[in-house]
Design a protein around this ligand. Sequence first.
Ligand SMILES: [Zn+2]
Ligand SMILES: [Zn+2]
Length: 256
Amino acid sequence: MEQYFDFFVRSYQVIFVRYLIAASLFFLIFYVIFGKRWTYKKIQAKFPQNRDYIREVSYSAFTVVIFALFAVVIFRSPLTPYSQIYRDFSAMPIWYYVLCFPIMFILHDTYFYWMHRMLHHPKIFKYAHLVHHKSTNPSPWAAYSFHPIEAVFETAIIVIFAFALPLHISAFGFFFLFQIFYNVYGHCGYEIYPKNFHKHWFGKWINTSVHHNLHHKHFDNSYGLYFTFWDRIMGTMAPQYDESFEDVKGRKKELA
Ligand SMILES: [Zn+2]
Ligand SMILES: [Zn+2]
């Protein structure tokens, strides 16, 4: 029992510290150091209040409990022998190691889009997803601000990865390290992709901070995570997306 608990505590520390590093980095840059100078660039002009930050960090701290429990299930439980995660680098060819990344992005994006649409079902929304949507003007701290029910659905993707796909432990680690940074970027309230990215042949398929910000503002469209593929084919792109992206990237300091 003690070994499970030790692993749970270690997992909690790793996941929570990763969240703190990613969120505080964005918060320091965009809200503290350049907060005043860059206000004109902010997607929604207002800044959240201290009580919003406190709510977002508190829910995120609890979400990490759920994430750490799932880590125990995958790495230290009777189910662990069935996991496909491998540690010997030579067990699979190098091309497979590289190919795993696009596969993980596509799988996670598809899983997230449909799971997210389910969370918006009127019978489920207020029990599971309202907590995340209390941040109508999200900050970097909102990255893990979920109700525990949502946290279970959010983290279930790691079960799919671990049991359905042979993955090197480092690929698993790199992917989720990237995921927290991208997640924080999506909630940071600023757009860091360049002007016209939303119209670029590649950029139009990539989910941006403006895109996810519109989801937090309007609730009923722009559900995607990494890509806009599902939103485009399902007709759930925010109708204001192009206009908002152009507005945010076209603002000039003196006019603000
Ligand atoms: Zn969000
Ligand atoms: Zn939502």
